[in-house]
Design a binder for this molecule. Structure first.
Ligand SMILES: Cc1ncc(C[n+]2csc(CCOP(=O)(O)OP(=O)(O)O)c2C)c(N)n1
Ligand SMILES: [Mg+2]
Length: 274
């Protein structure tokens, strides 16, 4: 798994280049979600450029769509498109590589970015899988700030009602949202209990930037029967460089020339230490 942990740092570099080239992007949440996406795409999910038309493929919705740069970097690594084209065209006028996921690009199931819509759509996908007696699994990643959206909890109720054990949601629990600490904006200290009371199997991932811990949790999720599973993945916003880590201002910031040099150096050191 250390290879996948190293890969996460290489993909973080792609994200930095994308955001500098596009002159904008949600860098903090890209960094916190990276290992979650790497674990899903490189180990857990049955999704590839070859099987996107196969109705038995797993389904993924990037509900926290603003972290599109991390999503693009992982999709490119998986072979859906070329990373250099993506970096060059990111956020340019007329480019398909826009600042939120759109399903005109290969590999992307659903347009997202308006928070609170991923889980409701995934409930529909998972219910359709049950009705059609298909074995595919459905995954989504939400931000912890996103959980303030009421639609998330309507969908959470429905997922339990329909016993959707083919559904696995991940909360990127980085404790920050756009304007600061989630606990000051809409607190989630009782998040585990809240999901439990909505009938979900809850798995706490102590270090949500640890690929092994994530994979273990995803395996456990597959064994939960008769109820959906949520992984509460405790991550670090801006993970990988002290320049960005746990700083709300890095929710949406473009690194300066000097910051870029420092950030890339920090990534390299973290990668070598793995
Ligand atoms: C419905 C909706 N309201 C507001 C926004 C603007 N917005 C973009 S990112 C963000 C903060 C999200 O915080 P969180 O879900 O914790 O994401 P992360 O920390 O992982 O970046 C907000 C409010 C949006 N995209 N959608
Ligand atoms: Mg957050």
């Amino acid at each position: 798994m250390s290879e996948l942990s190293k890969l996460a740092y290489d993909l973080r570099k792609d994200v930095v280049e994308m955001i500098i080239e596009g002159k904008g992007g949600h860098i903090g949440g890209d960094m916190s979600v990276m290992e979650i996406l790497v674990a899903l795409y490189m180990k857990q999910m049955n999704i590839s450029p070859e099987n996107m038309d196969d109705e038995n493929r797993d389904r993924f919705v990037m509900s926290k769509g603003h972290s599109v740069e991390a999503y693009y970097a992982v999709l490119a690594k998986k072979g859906f498109f070329d990373i250099n084209t993506c970096i060059k065209e990111f956020s340019k006028f007329g480019s398909p590589f826009i600042g939120h996921p759109n399903n005109k690009l290969p590999g992307i199931e659903m347009n997202s970015g308006s928070l609170g819509h991923g889980l409701p759509v995934c409930v529909g996908m998972a219910l359709a899988g049950k009705m059609d007696r298909k074995d595919y699994r459905v995954y989504t990643v939400m931000g912890d700030g996103e959980l303030a959206e009421g639609s998330v909890w309507e969908a959470a109720m429905a997922a339990n009602q329909f016993k959707l054990d083919n559904l696995c949601a991940v909360v990127d629990r980085n404790r920050l949202q756009i304007s600061g600490n989630t606990e000051l904006v809409m607190g989630h200290d009782d998040l585990h209990e809240r999901f439990r009371s909505f009938g979900w199997h809850v798995i706490d991932v102590a270090d949500g930037n640890d690929i092994d811990q994530l994979n273990e949790a995803f395996e456990e999720a597959k064994t939960a029967k008769g109820q959906p599973t949520v992984l509460i993945a405790n991550t670090v916003k801006g993970k990988g460089s002290p320049v960005m880590e746990n700083k709300a201002g890095w929710h949406h910031k473009v690194p300066t020339v000097e910051e870029r040099i420092q950030i890339l150096k920090d990534f390299e050191e973290k990668k070598e230490a793995l």
